[in-house]
Write a protein that binds this ligand. Sequence first.
Ligand SMILES: CC(=O)N[C@H]1[C@@H](OP(=O)(O)OP(=O)(O)OC[C@H]2O[C@@H](n3ccc(=O)[nH]c3=O)[C@H](O)[C@@H]2O)O[C@H](CO)[C@@H](O)[C@@H]1O
Length: 364
Amino acid sequence: MKYILSGGGTGGHIYPALAIAKEIKNRDSNNEILYIGKKNSLEEELVTKEGYDFKPIHIEGLPRKKISFKTIKTMWTLLRGIGESSSIIKDFDPDVVIGTGGYVCGPVLFVAQKKKIKTVVQEQNAFPGKTNKILSKKADLVALNFKEAEKYLDSENMIITGNPIRDDFNYLDREKSAQKLGSDLKGKTVLSFGGSGGQESTNDAVIGMIKAKLDFNFNFIHITGKEHYDYFMDSIKGIELPENIKIVDYSYEIPDILTISDLVIASSSAMTLAEISAVGVASILIPKSYTAGNHQYFNAKSYEEKGASRIILEKDLTSEELYGNIIEILNNDEERLSMAKASKELGNIDAVKILVDEIEGLIQ
Ligand SMILES: CC(=O)N[C@H]1[C@@H](OP(=O)(O)OP(=O)(O)OC[C@H]2O[C@@H](n3ccc(=O)[nH]c3=O)[C@H](O)[C@@H]2O)O[C@H](CO)[C@@H](O)[C@@H]1O
């Protein structure tokens, strides 16, 4: 069978597509996969790194504000993207086209739907993105993680599958992950990151913790996000970091780091939550306050209500507040382990299998 996948902009749309691609290939190595995304994008980097064929199209997100010259330019680029998608789809002749959100999959699924090729939309959040809202109307299958998303979508083909996560999460082993990361597993480990692009508010709180020379009596791995790394490092210039503090711009080893972590500080984006649950680890969630429909807050709330997480709102986030919460949780194993257990219960490691079963059902 031939599958086209598309989705991007941020990791939260790309990793579910990669998880689906891997499952499709695992089931039959003769299955063919083609990924369509934006040129010079994170999807191009991650997809080619995994060895899948990648075809770029031109596309830009519509400006949120009033009509301007930029809107006209964006519409022109969209038409170009539709033309490019059309010829890629004609050449590849797929059995199904799967979109995981982000505006890049808009023209791809639009063309497929016009050509009456089967389409699947996968939505990660409780509050669906704009592109998925439009595409789901004509999609043959709309796969959701949150039941709450149903009320925002106009489709009779919705099912709840959970969010597909990378299959690395099926084979995790604490000892092996520690070996890979060069950790001796002595002391507790805390991972802090803000989705695929990083989170400025958390970066600032961590910069404050380092500058205040607070006692990091735990191993601390902080991921700044590529765009924010230079600013972060400039802000702590002159301070010699002890060996137990590691600052990186991006990590390709999130599954391993999560496995050895005792506590995670993260934004409450959908894929991060799915991965936190896959390993079952306590978390402090800092919802990004500017997300569409404030969806990260609602994602976080569902974790807090089940006892899996504490929430700190960005408006209340200070270095002291963050540090205080870290120390309280690390010093209270009973609370921490109960949070870890609750987090595990919220996950669905089989999401990708359920989804690919459904997709196969659609095209056979
Ligand atoms: C600002 C915004 O609107 N963000 C949205 C975006 O989040 P975003 O893409 O930032 O975040 P997600 O947590 O959903 O996904 C990030 C993915 O990148 C991976 N990762 C991250 C950092 C790193 O160094 N290495 C790495 O591999 C994570 O393991 C995860 O698989 O898409 C999500 C899924 O639709 C939404 O829930 C978020 O609200």
